[in-house]
Design a binder for this molecule. Sequence first.
Ligand code: NAD
Ligand code: MG
Length: 387
Amino acid sequence: MPRRIVILGATGSIGAQALDVIARSDPEELELVALGAGHAWGPLIEAASRHGVHRIALADPDSAARAAEAWTDGAVLSGPDGLVELITDSGADIVLNAIVGSAGLLATIAALGEGIDLALANKESLVVGGELVTTLAQATGAAIIPVDSEHSALHQLIAEQGAGTIDRLLLTASGGPFRGRLPVQLRDVTVAAALAHPTWEMGGKITIDSATLMNKGLELIEARHLFDLPYERIEVVVHPQSIVHALVQLCDGATLAHLGYPDMRVPISYALHYPDRAEVPVAPLDLVALGSLTFEAPDEQTFRCLALAREAGITGGTAPCVLNAANEVAVHAFLEQRLGFLGIAEVIEQTLEAVPATGLHSFETLSDADARARSVAGALVDARAPA
Ligand code: NAD
Ligand code: MG
């Protein structure tokens, strides 16, 4: 029996690469059963037609209505509830959550709540939902298999190790397009410059997160929840070539590393086939051509988002949710040229001050904190905007 797969965020960067991985796979192994997206109804029905899928959902109801008019080849579900229904009625074995932002939390909860394994690209749902998400997975027995390249690397490195043998996890960061710059050199950077990532091609939001180092901050929190180690045992090292994705330091002094060219089809394929592996057409690693791999400490004074994320993670409760919501608002404003690059960290820091963390008791606590943080961050952006 092939493994039945649902892809959410199917029209995005990860979604497109996942469709490519599935198209190349053995139909006896993987079967695509449903696709979901936010607004992009045209590309979604195009993908559904191309991949022979007859169930789709769009989180935006207007887009769903337009898809339903244009597409007669299957069922179109509408709105956030439609996305949840797409998951719960799919009979899926695995849901790939490649939605961007905390909007992905609902899908994470729906899949795990049904006991469906989750291939998780949407790191924000683990950042925001933290222990609630991992507790839900434990309760239903569903697995969370990370798609984020560093966490996929760690998953692969850790799988072979016995309990209690892991001392430290190391996440690598490319450093983004502005590595080595000082704050004064960042004040006037353009959106185009921030979107020009040196090693990875990704959606707009995560590309800006990579330029601010917030992406690595979110990944610290993601690693904390996936691998259940305290923050003082998870480190970040800047590695501009993006060849070493992560390292695990063991109790006997051995350190294991995971290497490969930056290509998200590798972690996507790993998550969809786990515990098996399948061929992915990537060039074999040529260390001689690479010549040297370099490493340096992150500059957290200049790229303050990393420190803010670690602090929010250590504070716990609703703090990571507030951090994430403020970041989404600030990045959106930066992309619309309503906020300068350095304003992103400032808005996040001020939002964290204005919305104190509370304990995490339920998913409702999270949606309240998310809404409050968005409103505060939005007002902070408006107050800074030139008249
Ligand atoms: P993207 O912007 O290219 O695509 C986002 C997808 O989410 C689109 O299909 C969009 O329609 C959908 N979407 C947006 N809002 C939605 C909503 N409210 N409900 C349902 N669907 C919605 O983003 P991406 O770069 O593919 O990233 C997706 C996720 O994967 C992010 O969490 C990102 O951090 C993570 N990730 C991406 C990469 C990468 O290489 N792109 C690497 C690691 C992790
Ligand atoms: Mg990553």
